[in-house]
Design a binder for this molecule. Structure first.
Ligand SMILES: [Zn+2]
Length: 510
């Protein structure tokens, strides 16, 4: 049997074996535990991640509505999702097949098209192009599959038709189609609600009912379907596109926490109705909001947004990612210069450490190298602790904190004045820390231009180090002052020098 078909069959069989988890509304899939635990809003607690094949997972992210430039709220959402995906792939050996939906038909896009006298398709294409450019500048991996609403009208029509036929949706006199929430007993499982929802209008049977299809309005783009003419509602598009790609069951479904209700609630309801199943998405991954310090919430309508290109003019993508790593994905993040400076300093400490290790292991003044069992034990301990942190709802903040403490303790040995020399454990430690940071999506790169000026700075810092050691031995104050002047001048051009008696190292601070 073709491999993907065999996976499919296993997935279908496991849907029939769902059982409630500790008296919650979340149903535990039947499959193989991965050892990971992730918070799920349906269970309102961390639940075990169980996959049919523990090394294969399916993932769908709700993508942007492409009507304007993306801002740092989008950046934090997609960087954090990228981090979670990388953890699944690199630390837990799960091959992820990822898809993202692009909303390229929507009220806001149509409105912008009318305002700017531009075809709505051109607006969508322009901002989608810009979105992928921003994502690439943030070192976010592109999804394996990209689905656009405009390319899936046929799948959406078929999806809605099946729900109408099962009498869980109804067509109204204006050609719209609504999902009948009174026919779906688990409506509200993602979001414990009192009667919210849009007010009852002339067409809805129940207050919570939502539009699967919007009947044609004059001047708006529309598509002919068997029950009339119009365009898809927002929620239906993701369900139809996911079902086309992944079938009747999905492992991970992700987006910003603002999508939990009503968007994901509605997606789950209509997809369960379509596939006649009790649970469609097994794991909901919701990213906490980003607030700009002092502002309630950043949104385009409040005009308090910072675009991704504005962000990257001031800070590197690595610095922003470090800030995201230091705030766990699920929690709100308060954006401020202070937060970014802390992230920059943390990143700089790692870079200093790598340079210091490099200088330390290449030290030609010491004769006898040694293994250091304690250092190797510490390394093993840190590896074990970090896996434990990441297994528990992707706790990157504790992982980074643990690594920071580890390099700071290791640094004390590097900087000590006792001629102790442990090249092997030092290389293994630097290798491990580098691998973890790269696996979390940091690039740790300097630009090409920086590489050239880097060799010049290397030479200057080496020379200054020799002069400084001589001056220290001879207690030559004038020469020491001259060394300080060089250090301060370098600092002014964003090169920070870190002195010790063993060596001097440096990093760019921008
Ligand atoms: Zn969606």
């Amino acid at each position: 049997m073709h491999k993907s078909l065999s996976i499919y069959r296993r997935k279908l069989s496991h849907v029939c074996n769902l059982k409630p988890y500790k008296d919650t509304r979340w149903l535990m899939p039947n499959g193989n535990p991965t050892g990971l635990f992730v918070y799920n809003c349906v269970a309102d607690q961390k639940v075990p991640v169980i996959l049919s094949d523990p090394h294969i997972g399916t993932w769908y992210s709700c993508g942007p509505t492409v009507y304007d430039s993306a801002h740092i709220g989008h950046a934090s959402c997609y960087v954090k999702l990228d981090i979670v995906q990388r953890i699944l792939k690199s630390f837990f050996n799960i091959k992820l097949v990822t898809a993202m939906g692009i909303t390229d038909i929507d009220d806001k896009i149509i409105k912008k098209g009318i305002e700017t006298k531009t075809d709505f398709r051109t607006i969508a294409k322009q901002y989608e192009y810009e979105f992928w450019l921003d994502m690439s500048n943030l070192n976010i991996e592109k999804p394996s599959i990209i689905t656009r609403v405009s390319e899936h009208i046929g799948s959406i029509e078929q999806f809605i038709k099946k729900i109408i036929n099962s009498e869980m949706a109804y067509v109204t006199s204006d050609g719209s189609v609504y999902f009948d929430t009174s026919k779906f007993s688990s409506y509200g499982k993602l979001h414990k609600m009192q009667e919210s929802g849009e007010p009852l209008d002339d067409f809805k049977k129940n207050k919570m009912d939502f539009a699967l299809w919007k009947g044609k309005k004059p001047g708006e783009p529309s598509w002919p379907v068997s029950w009339g003419e119009g365009r898809p509602g927002w929620h239906i598009e993701c369900s139809a596109m996911v079902s086309k790609v992944f079938g009747s069951q999905l492992d991970f479904h992700a987006g910003g926490v603002d999508l939990q209700f009503p968007h994901h609630e509605n997606e789950e309801a209509q997809s369960c109705a379509f596939h006649n199943t009790l649970q469609w998405a097994n794991y909901w991954i919701h990213v906490g909001h980003l607030h700009v310090k002092g502002d309630a919430k950043m949104s385009k309508s409040l005009r308090n947004t910072i675009s991704i290109s504005e962000l990257l003019e001031k800070y590197s993508a690595d610095t922003f990612r470090m800030a995201c790593l230091m705030s766990n994905y699920r929690y709100p993040m308060e954006f401020s210069d202070q937060m970014m400076e802390t992230a920059e300093q943390t990143l700089k400490n790692f870079k200093f450490f790598f340079k210091d290790v490099c200088v330390y292991v290449n030290n030609s003044n010491i004769q006898n190298g040694d293994y250091n069992d304690k250092l190797l034990d510490d390394l093993q301990k840190v590896e074990h602790q970090n896996l434990k942190f990441l297994k528990s709802d992707f706790d990157t903040a504790s992982c980074i904190n643990n690594l920071s403490n580890f390099i700071s303790n290791t640094n004390k040995i590097i900087k000590a004045d006792n001629n102790e020399y442990y090249p092997v454990p030092m290389i293994l430690i630097a290798d491990y820390v580098t691998t973890v940071l790269l696996n979390l999506g940091l690039t740790l790169k300097e630009s090409k231009q920086d590489n050239v000026s880097g060799s010049i700075i290397d030479t200057l810092v080496d020379f200054r180090h020799t002069v400084r050691l001589n001056a220290l031995t001879r207690k030559d104050k004038d020469l020491l002052n001259a060394c300080d002047v060089v250090r301060d001048k370098l600092k002014a051009i964003k090169v920070q020098v870190n002195d010790s008696n063993q060596s001097s190292s440096w990093v760019y601070t921008r």
